[in-house]
Design a protein around this ligand. Structure first.
Ligand code: NI
Length: 178
């Protein structure tokens, strides 16, 4: 069945957009690889009001995110992002994090200090990847899992160690609740 126009669908049925509109302009929630649009029946619809200028900027963002994304997909991504950010800011929540640092291994007893800190938190540090960037500099990516406060604390202790040139912690969800 090929409807002559895009139809709004209640259940898992298929429709084809004969206007050739890009996926993000289609007012349906999901696009599959064949360009067929469907709305799984576990999705809820709601309306959002926003200023026209903001909506135009949002549509440009949706377009930049690629052909597989439409407004609904991007809104869902943004909501998940906000939920994860909130989770990471909530004391006591279990999160995972990666701390990336750059340092010189010639810097006094820095390597030993970093090693001591990491051994002190061996139950939370899941893995450490060490890359020799050149003759002097090292890159380390330290993966951690634990409550937000402790992950922050480990990160602050490492970042606060004299000789660490640069570092950044990225916190994310364990994925269980999202
Ligand atoms: Ni190294």
């Amino acid at each position: 069945m090929h409807p002559s126009d895009l139809t709004v669908i209640d259940r898992i049925e298929l429709a084809v957009d004969t206007h050739g509109r890009p996926p993000h302009m289609i007012p349906v929630d999901t696009v599959d690889k064949e360009g067929l649009y469907y709305m799984p029946n576990d999705l809820m619809r709601f309306s959002v009001a926003m200023p026209e200028e903001l909506l135009m900027q949002f549509d440009e963002l949706v377009a930049r995110r690629g052909i597989a994304k439409n407004r609904s997909e991007v809104v869902r991504d943004l909501v998940r992002d906000a939920l994860v950010e909130d989770e990471c800011d909530t004391p006591g929540k279990e999160v995972v994090g990666t701390l990336t640092i750059v340092f010189s291994h010639h810097s006094n007893d820095l390597v030993e200090k970093l090693d001591t800190i990491q051994h002190g938190y061996y139950e939370m540090i899941i893995s450490t990847m060490h890359i020799h960037l050149d003759e002097e500099n090292c890159l380390e990516v330290i993966a951690m899992r634990g409550d937000t406060g402790t992950v922050q604390e480990i990160s602050n202790r490492i970042l606060g160690t004299k000789g660490v040139k640069h570092g950044r912690l990225v916190l994310t969800t364990t994925g269980k609740f999202i």
